[in-house]
Design a protein around this ligand. Sequence first.
Ligand code: SAM
Length: 274
Amino acid sequence: MDDVLRLRDYIYRTTGMYFPDSKRYFFETRFARRLQALKLNSFREYFEFLQREPEGKKEFRELIQEITINETSFFRNLPQLKALVDLVLPDIMKHKEQLNFYSIRIWSAGCSSGEEPYTIAMLIHDRYPDLHKKWKLEILGTDINEKMIEKAIAGEYSEYTMRNIPPRFRNRYFSRNERGYYIAPELKRMVRFEVANLMDDVQMVFLKKFDVIFCRNVLIYFDTSSKKKVIEHFYNNLLDPGYLFLGHSESLYGITDKFQLVHVPGGMIYKKKV
Ligand SMILES: C[S@@+](CC[C@H](N)C(=O)[O-])C[C@H]1O[C@@H](n2cnc3c(N)ncnc32)[C@H](O)[C@@H]1O
């Protein structure tokens, strides 16, 4: 078998990301960069290197950095974020108040460098400034790309990255020095980050009991069978009421009927059926 395709299939099996033959230029050049970095002579040698313990595991993390597409931004798809604070959280709070259970857990799965979970934190803090007096709020950001998670934990952003943040939020939640902008400590305390692979069953078992899951612009790189697997995890990891937010070009059509489509002003979200 063509060794480049063998590597492509290995990425698919381990991460769910599927690159069709038409994207060969993309994946071949990314694999070639790693080959060069390790001074190896062929894709076959590189594939064998990846299987070796313990170097293979470390190299896999380097390869992930080459092939993941980490594009993101603050305040991305604002109508959905508004739906979170205006509709979804009130529904969850109403339900949990009846149970005397004052905890809210939100997961940003595939959070890249942290802009999505920090935006969620900003909007919740702004809309519900006294929430912490009664509620325990946990926002978790996870990504398969270790470097992105390191960036998210650092919480330092460039002028360009800040472009979509309304001035009121920029002034309230960031400080600035000559190198860039920094997330305010009160916001940082609201968000926790972890490296996690959505295709790893063992890791997924530990990510449980969320009220809301954001997984936006992640599954676009997955094929139907890996999408089905990840969405099944999400279904099992959500409480009732439980909400799932996908990217604006993504849907559960042909994936599962275990979620109900909810139209919100300017967008759509999913609610777990029970
Ligand atoms: C395009 S970014 C989306 C970031 C953010 N959710 C947004 O919408 O702005 C996709 C992210 O998904 C991550 N990703 C891809 N496959 C993954 C997997 N199997 N497990 C966890 N994260 C994954 C990538 O590393 C990347 O950071």
